[in-house]
Design a protein around this ligand. Structure first.
Ligand code: GLN
Length: 194
């Protein structure tokens, strides 16, 4: 049976992830409320704006339940804003009271808008551990990873910084594979669920 993967659909590029996950062989649905979160085997947190998503998670009383599911081992893949939220610690998290809130799925420190300070958006081909051909990576006001814990594997780097990491069945990328039509990273995640 295909794994049932939810896509957090509060804000951001939900539709692209739903399509990518379907192509990768998952059964998919959107998650906007607790009853929906409770029905999925795994979750994708899309790109968008991590501060806005954090605010909505709190407003909708999803923040602590989601932290609890991640602490209990629910597999999760976060891209860009999703990577930021999956961290244990966020640098440049934003204005206090409206800041990005860590969900603590992956033992890492990320810096929000890290590349954005140099150049807002850029693309490049990256070597990716476990994939034979490079990945064409699209970065949009992207974070990078500044610290990883001992159980975190770095899968790709850009400008010397980790931009794709895995810890058990938690995966995060600074870039947006959902927008390129390359389904290998979604497939890596979906295949890990079986
Ligand atoms: N800069 C955004 C944030 O802080 C992330 C950008 C993105 O997801 N493309 O959440």
């Amino acid at each position: 049976m295909s794994p049932h993967v939810g896509v957090l659909a509060l804000q951001g590029d939900t539709r692209e992830h739903l399509a990518a996950l379907r192509d990768a062989g998952a059964e998919v649905s959107t998650v906007r409320r607790l009853t929906e979160l409770n029905t999925v085997d795994a979750l994708v947190i899309p790109g968008g704006e991590s501060t806005a998503m954090s605010h909505l998670l709190r407003e909708l009383e999803l923040l602590e339940p989601l932290r609890a599911r991640l602490a209990a081992g629910m597999p999760c893949y976060g891209s860009c804003a999703g990577m930021i939220l999956l961290a244990t610690e966020i640098n440049d998290a934003g204005v206090p009271g409206r800041e990005a809130l860590p969900l603590r799925g992956i033992d890492m420190t990320v810096r929000r808008n890290a590349f954005g300070r140099q150049v807002d958006s850029f693309e490049g081909d990256l070597d990716f551990v476990g994939l034979d051909e490079p990945v064409h990576a699209v970065f949009i006001r992207a974070p990078w990873v500044e610290r990883v814990g001992p159980d975190v594997e770095v899968l790709a780097r850009a400008a010397g910084h980790p931009v794709a990491v895995r810890q058990g069945r938690m995966l995060a990328t600074s870039f947006h594979p959902e927008v390129t039509g390359d389904r290998r990273i979604h497939k890596l995640f979906v295949d890990s669920l079986e």
